[in-house]
Design a protein around this ligand. Sequence first.
Ligand code: SF4
Length: 119
Amino acid sequence: MLALEDASPEAVLMRGVASDIIRRKTGNTGAIFGQIGFECSPCSGNCPFCSFAKDYTMMPIINMCDEAIAEATRNFTGGDDLYGLYLMTMADYDLDEFLRKVEIVKRNKDANLKQKRGI
Ligand code: SF4
């Protein structure tokens, strides 16, 4: 896929075939996932397919504060439809800080569950 031009007929055909395969395999159903990007910046991973790659992006550095993470978590987990929640950062990150933010997500997800169950 990376060898094809994004808007080429070959790329469009490949995406169409992939879409057809996945729709047939899943009975045309889907699952809803959310993603919270704790930190965004030009990424040193520099993967050629990724819009965050430092050689391709004009993205500014963004760091979500704790309250924004908590609010995003409550917003994503406030209903019953979310199947999974991804937490994202860049290739270079501080593991301890990442785990501290995961705890914020867990606390706020749990608060929503307790509220929904009337606990
Ligand atoms: S964000 Fe992930 S996929 Fe994108 S360049 Fe960095 S390591 Fe690669």
